[in-house]
Write a protein that binds this ligand. Sequence first.
Ligand code: PEP
Length: 258
Amino acid sequence: MTTRTPLMAGNWKMNLDHHEAIALVQKLAWTLKDAKHDFGAVEVVVVPPFTDLRSVQTLVDGDKLDVRYGAQDISAHASGAYTGEISAAMLAKLGVSYAVVGHSERRQFHAEDDALVGAKAKAALGAGITPIICVGEGLDVRKAGDQVSYTLAQVDGAYDGLSAQDAAKTVIAYEPVWAIGTGEVATPEDAQEVCGAIRGRLAELYSADVADAVRVLYGGSVKSSNVASIMAQEDVDGALVGGASLQAEEFAAIARYR
Ligand code: PEP
């Protein structure tokens, strides 16, 4: 069995300019260093807006910080007449390690469907960037008790046409939409139910080895006060954190959940 390194990723969404980004990443790195955070044991990733990435790159490279960074989205296209889009090659050039794809806010406000999410994941993988593929049900689906089938259908759609070799390199974030930014957290058992089902589906689609290699994160109102119980679940390998990642001390405390 693979030992999966826990991953804590902070999605800043549309917050913080590049000056504020530098201040936050510096404070985060110092806080973690002071607390003797073992970076090999828990990987820490910040996911700023595109406009902050070059500043974060310069800081991380210059100060040799043990913090990685990702993009909040990525184009499915390689280059050309796609106004406003940012390609995988551009992000790779900026040292980006991860790209969030299919976040519920992209699905909701930009009509992204599973096919597009899958195409974005492929574009990321093609440039050596790890996609964090977001899935998860809304409140109506949860109330109907259909969270597992709904979420697995999103997994099927996003992984359609992806090779086992590529699939093994992905990260999935299970984010029940009703828990994002609402203060409403899924119980650890709720998180385990769907994260476990996702891993089971990867085993069916590919193999036990692929299912074992993929890190499955939970996202939805994660804070330092609730992260430990969620991380104690067998199939939860980390967290995608929104609001709480905007405070360096709080995000550092989440990363040091043990
Ligand atoms: C998110 O945006 O992915 C998220 C989980 O947000 P929050 O932690 O604020 O619920």
